[in-house]
Design a protein around this ligand. Structure first.
Ligand SMILES: Nc1ncnc2c1ncn2[C@@H]1O[C@H](COP(=O)(O)OP(=O)(O)OP(=O)(O)O)[C@@H](O)[C@H]1O
Length: 343
């Protein structure tokens, strides 16, 4: 089940904001004016193909890399990144491609090391370590060297280590890259639990499904800029291709529906002006353009009732995030996908 979308109104406190973020490596311009506004307590996903600059954004926002010349202001957790990086560091946790896990020591020792770094008293450190190891299903493996852990276990340990400092904002750089489907779903569940604790999650991913499942808002990074930003649904509506498909078992019913649709479209009034359903005589289907929203669907169903059309099957086809991604980042053409069978 996708995570219920939380509100992201401008009234919420802002966890991360950046204006005109720029960065070059040598003469290679990677970020060319990236604006970000992430409300506290939400999940933000930065999507982009390999090399788009996602890790660079995370590194800058987490103080691991300085922003390029000409960048505007950056605030993380209410602190100015340029003037108060220490406070930013205290408010955030970072996991991802640059894992902090030391393979030579056990999971528990890794956790206790983090507790020391955060100056937790010994007894408190042990308690927090045990609690987090249990929460991430690592109690049994706690006394084994981290080098013996599977990829999924290492990621969980990495995240558990980050949580020792109780960060309010967590950067997850491609948290599930290379994980098998079960470990990936496991990680998604963990991320959802973080949110219920009120943590803000900044996620980078190449997996559109991951963004679709977890994120309140998604931004697509392309050519150094945000090519589009919105909820998964808003992004899907950016590209054409959504339609409703009506399928008939009986050729006679199909033909009369095709005529009814054509006549209704041609009739001057009343009723909504709709393009005629594109007929497909072989599969006995009619296709009607639609943005797939509930409001549209309701009005379409009313309209079909009013002109006496009753299909044997009605399906809603909306572009999925893959289509959006390809359309925005210059891949193959958008294709439609069956998302939901209504009846
Ligand atoms: N230290 C560096 N020196 C020179 N070029 C770099 C450096 N770090 C990254 N780059 C280049 O900058 C671009 C953006 O890299 P970045 O790692 O931010 O992309 P990404 O979107 O995270 O990619 P991926 O999904 O492959 O991790 C890439 O072309 C990369 O080769």
């Amino acid at each position: 089940m996708p995570t219920p979308r939380r509100g992201t109104s401008k009234d919420q406190p802002t966890a991360v904001s950046a204006t005109g973020l720029r960065k070059s490596y040598g003469d290679k311009l990677v970020l060319d004016g990236v604006d970000l506004h992430i409300p506290a307590g939400s999940v933000f996903a930065l999507l982009g193909p390999n090399g788009a600059g996602k890790t660079t954004v995370v590194k800058i926002l987490s103080t691991l890399l300085s922003a390029g010349e000409g960048s505007g202001g950056i605030r993380v957790g209410g602190h100015d990144l340029a003037t108060d990086p220490q406070s930013v560091r205290a408010a955030i946790g970072v996991t991802g491609q640059f894992s902090a896990v030391d393979g030579l020591i056990t999971g528990e020792e890794n956790m206790l090391l983090m507790a020391d770094l955060h100056h937790l008293p010994r007894r408190e450190g042990k308690r927090v370590a045990a609690e987090l190891l249990a929460r991430f299903g690592l109690t049994e493996a706690a006394k084994k060297p981290a080098s013996t852990y599977s990829g999924g276990m290492k990621r969980r340990l990495d995240l558990a280590m980050t949580l020792v400092g109780d960060p309010r904002i967590i950067f997850l750089d491609e948290p599930t890259t290379g994980l098998d489907p079960r470990s990936r779903h496991n990680m998604w569940q963990i991320i959802r639990e973080l949110l219920s604790d009120g943590v803000t999650v900044f996620l980078t991913t190449q997996y559109l499904e991951e963004a679709d499942q977890l994120a309140d808002r998604i931004a697509v990074l392309h050519d150094g800029r945000i090519a589009a930003e919105g909820t998964a649904d808003e992004l899907k509506r950016l590209i054409p291709g959504g339609h409703i498909r009506l399928r008939f078992d009986d050729p006679a019913a199909y033909r009369s529906a095709a005529v009814a649709l054509r006549d209704a479209t041609l009739a001057p009034a009343p009723g909504p002006a709709r393009p005629g359903g594109a007929p497909d005589d072989e599969s006995l289907t009619l296709q009607i353009p639609s943005d797939g929203t509930q409001r549209e669907l309701r009005s379409l169903l009313d309209w079909l009732d009013s002109i006496g059309v009753e299909a044997d099957e009605l399906t809603v086809h909306t572009p999925d995030l893959d289509d959006v991604f390809f359309a925005l980042t210059g891949g193959s053409d958008a294709t439609d996908q069956t998302k939901e069978t209504v009846r």
